[in-house]
Design a protein around this ligand. Structure first.
Ligand SMILES: *[C@@H]1O[C@H](CO)[C@@H](O)[C@H](O)[C@H]1NC(C)=O
Ligand SMILES: *[C@@H]1O[C@H](CO)[C@@H](O)[C@H](O)[C@H]1NC(C)=O
Ligand SMILES: *[C@@H]1O[C@H](CO)[C@@H](O)[C@H](O)[C@H]1NC(C)=O
Ligand SMILES: *[C@@H]1O[C@H](CO)[C@@H](O)[C@H](O)[C@H]1NC(C)=O
Ligand SMILES: *[C@@H]1O[C@H](CO)[C@@H](O)[C@H](O)[C@H]1NC(C)=O
Ligand SMILES: *[C@@H]1O[C@H](CO)[C@@H](O)[C@H](O)[C@H]1NC(C)=O
Ligand SMILES: *[C@@H]1O[C@H](CO)[C@@H](O)[C@H](O)[C@H]1NC(C)=O
Ligand SMILES: *[C@@H]1O[C@H](CO)[C@@H](O)[C@H](O)[C@H]1NC(C)=O
Ligand SMILES: *[C@@H]1O[C@H](CO)[C@@H](O)[C@H](O)[C@H]1NC(C)=O
Ligand SMILES: *[C@@H]1O[C@H](CO)[C@@H](O)[C@H](O)[C@H]1NC(C)=O
Ligand SMILES: *[C@@H]1O[C@H](CO)[C@@H](O)[C@H](O)[C@H]1NC(C)=O
Ligand SMILES: CC(=O)N[C@H]1CO[C@H](CO)[C@@H](O)[C@@H]1O
Length: 332
C-alpha cells in the first residue's frame, strides 16, 4: 500500500516531538545540547534565554582543504565538507562522574555522524566540581568549579588522496588540513583577555562569560603538537564570532579542546575564568535566531532522566502508537 504524503508528515512530526535536548548540570551550571541543530548552551539557569551570561555555541562547518588552503572533495557524492549541522542528531552517552587529570567532574559524551563523510565527531563535556590546573602538552589551563571543558574528537576521516580515496576536480585533489569552525552568537564582541597563567588563547565574551581556546592538538591518540601556525582564528560577522581550528592530515583522529565559563569571568585581573554565575549585568544575551524552543514538558523529561536516556520507553511507545494510529486514519 502506498503511504499517503500526509501520513508521512504526521509520522515525521510525531518523531520530531520525541527528540529531546540533553542537559548536564552541576550546582548552578547547566550545559544544554539541543538535538538536531549542532547547538550547545552553557549557562547558570536551565532557561538559557533568561541567563544574561549564557554562552551559546554552534558547530558551523568542517571543511577539508589542500596545502594551499583550497577546499577539496566538493563533489557531492564524495563530499569532504560538512557545511551544516542542522538536522543531524546527536547520540548521547549516560552522564557519569569522572576525573579529568585528577579534577572531579560530571561528564557525558555525544557523537554526530558526519555522513556522507565516513567520519564521526565525538564531543566530550566535563563540568568541573573542583578547582585545579589542567596540563595538556605543556599547556596549562586554570580550572574553577563550574568551568566547562569541551573536547572534540574527529575520528576516521579519510583525506582526499589517501589510499583508496580519490577526489577530483580539475586535478586530482590531495587533502592536507581540516578546518573546524564553531560560532558563538551574541550581542557582544569577543576580545582578547589577559591570560594570566593560562597558556591558551583567552577571550572575554562580555558580562561574566569567557572562553579559553587550546593551541594544541592530539593526533592519532598518540602525540600532542601545536596547532598549525596562525590558528585558532577568530572572525566576526555581524553578531557571529567564528572560531576556526585547523588540523593537519591524520590517520585516525584529531583531538582539540576548549574551556567555557558562563559566569564569573575575571576580565579585570585576567587570572582565570570563574565557573559559577555572578550577577554581572550584561549584553552577552545571545539573540540566536534559530534556537529551537522546547515545550516545558519535554525539558522536564530531559532533566528528570538526567542519565542520557532522556525519554522513557513508555513515552516513546505512546508516540509510536499515536503515529501509527494517525497513519491508519489517513490511509482510510
Ligand atoms: C553556584 O551558584 C548557585 C547560586 O548562586 C549556588 O547555589 C551554588 O552553590 C553555586 N555552586 C558552586 C559550585 O559554587
Ligand atoms: C598550490 O598553488 C601552487 C601555485 O598556485 C600550485 O602550483 C600548486 O599546484 C597548488 N597545490 C595544490 C595542492 O593545489
Ligand atoms: C532540515 O529539515 C527541514 C525540514 O525537514 C528542512 O526544511 C531544512 O531545509 C533542513 N535543513 C538542512 C540544512 O538540511
Ligand atoms: C546507561 O545506563 C543504563 C543503566 O544505568 C544502562 O542500562 C545503559 O546501557 C547505559 N547506556 C549507555 C549508552 O551506556
Ligand atoms: C566518553 O568517551 C571517552 C572516549 O571515547 C571514553 O573514554 C569515556 O568512557 C566515555 N564516557 C562515557 C560516559 O561514555
Ligand atoms: C590526585 O588527588 C589525590 C587526592 O585527591 C592526591 O593524593 C594525588 O596526589 C593527586 N595526584 C596528582 C597527580 O595531582
Ligand atoms: C594552579 O596554578 C596556579 C598558577 O600556576 C597556582 O597559583 C594555583 O595554586 C594552582 N591551582 C591549583 C588548584 O593547584
Ligand atoms: C547590544 O548591546 C548594546 C550595548 O552594548 C545595546 O545598546 C543594544 O541594545 C544591545 N542590542 C540588543 C539587540 O540587545
Ligand atoms: C588577540 O591577540 C592576538 C595576538 O596576541 C591577535 O593576533 C588577535 O588579533 C587578537 N584578537 C583580538 C580579538 O583582539
Ligand atoms: C613541550 O615542551 C618541550 C620542552 O620545552 C618541547 O620540546 C615540546 O615540543 C613541547 N610540546 C609541545 C606539544 O609543545
Ligand atoms: C609549540 O609552540 C611553543 C611556543 O608557542 C614552542 O615553545 C614549542 O616548542 C612548540 N612545540 C612544538 C612541538 O613545535
Ligand atoms: C535543576 C536541575 O536540573 N537539577 C538537577 C541537576 O542534577 C542533579 C543530579 O546531579 C539533579 O538531582 C537535579 O535535579
Amino acid at each position: 500500500m502506498k503511504l499517503h504524503g500526509r501520513c508521512l508528515i504526521l509520522l515525521l512530526f510525531s518523531f520530531s516531538i520525541a527528540i529531546a535536548d540533553q542537559v548536564l548540570n552541576y550546582t548552578g551550571v547547566y550545559v544544554k545540547v539541543l538535538e538536531t541543530s549542532g547547538k550547545i548552551e552553557v549557562g547558570n539557569t536551565l532557561n538559557m534565554d533568561a541567563d544574561p551570561n549564557a554562552v551559546k555555541l554552534q558547530f558551523a562547518e568542517i571543511r577539508e582543504k589542500d596545502s594551499n588552503g583550497s577546499s577539496v572533495g566538493r563533489n557531492a557524492v564524495t563530499a569532504h565538507t560538512i557545511s551544516s549541522f542542522a538536522n543531524r542528531s546527536f547520540s548521547f552517552s549516560n552522564t557519569t562522574d569522572a576525573k579529568y587529570q585528577n579534577i572531579s567532574a560530571t561528564m557525558c559524551n555525544f557523537t554526530i555522524n558526519l555522513a556522507p563523510v565516513t567520519a564521526t565527531l565525538l564531543t566530550t563535556v566535563y563540568i568541573f566540581k573542583e578547582s585545579g590546573n589542567i596540563t595538556d602538552a605543556n599547556e596549562t589551563t586554570n580550572i574553577k568549579v563550574g568551568n566547562v571543558k569541551f573536547i572534540f574528537t574527529i575520528m576516521n576521516w579519510k583525506f582526499c588522496g589517501s589510499p583508496g580515496v580519490t577526489c577530483r576536480d580539475i586535478i586530482r585533489e590531495v587533502g592536507q588540513y581540516i578546518d573546524f569552525s564553531i560560532v558563538l552568537n551574541g550581542n557582544w564582541s569577543a576580545s582578547n583577555a589577559t591570560k594570566g597563567t593560562n597558556d591558551g588563547d583567552m577571550y572575554n565574551l562580555g558580562g561574566g562569560a569567557g572562553i579559553i581556546l587550546s593551541k594544541k592538538v592530539k593526533y592519532d591518540a598518540k602525540y600532542w603538537t601545536n596547532m598549525t601556525v596562525g590558528y585558532p582564528t577568530m572572525m566576526k560577522t555581524g553578531e557571529d564570532q567564528t572560531f576556526t581550528f585547523r588540523f593537519e592530515k591524520f590517520n585516525s583522529s584529531a583531538v582539540y579542546s576548549l574551556t567555557v565559563a558562563a559566569g564569573g569571568f575575571d576580565s579585570e585581573n585576567g587570572k582565570s575564568i570563574g565557573g559559577n554565575g555572578t550577577t554581572v549585568s550584561t549584553t552577552v544575551r545571545a539573540t540566536v535566531g534559530a534556537i529551537v524552543r522546547r515545550t516545558p514538558a519535554t525539558i522536564s523529561t530531559t532533566v528528570r532522566a538526567n542519565s542520557g536516556n532522556a525519554l522513557s520507553i513508555p513515552f516513546l511507545l505512546a508516540i509510536l502508537t499515536i503515529s501509527l494510529i494517525s497513519c491508519l486514519l489517513c490511509m482510510m
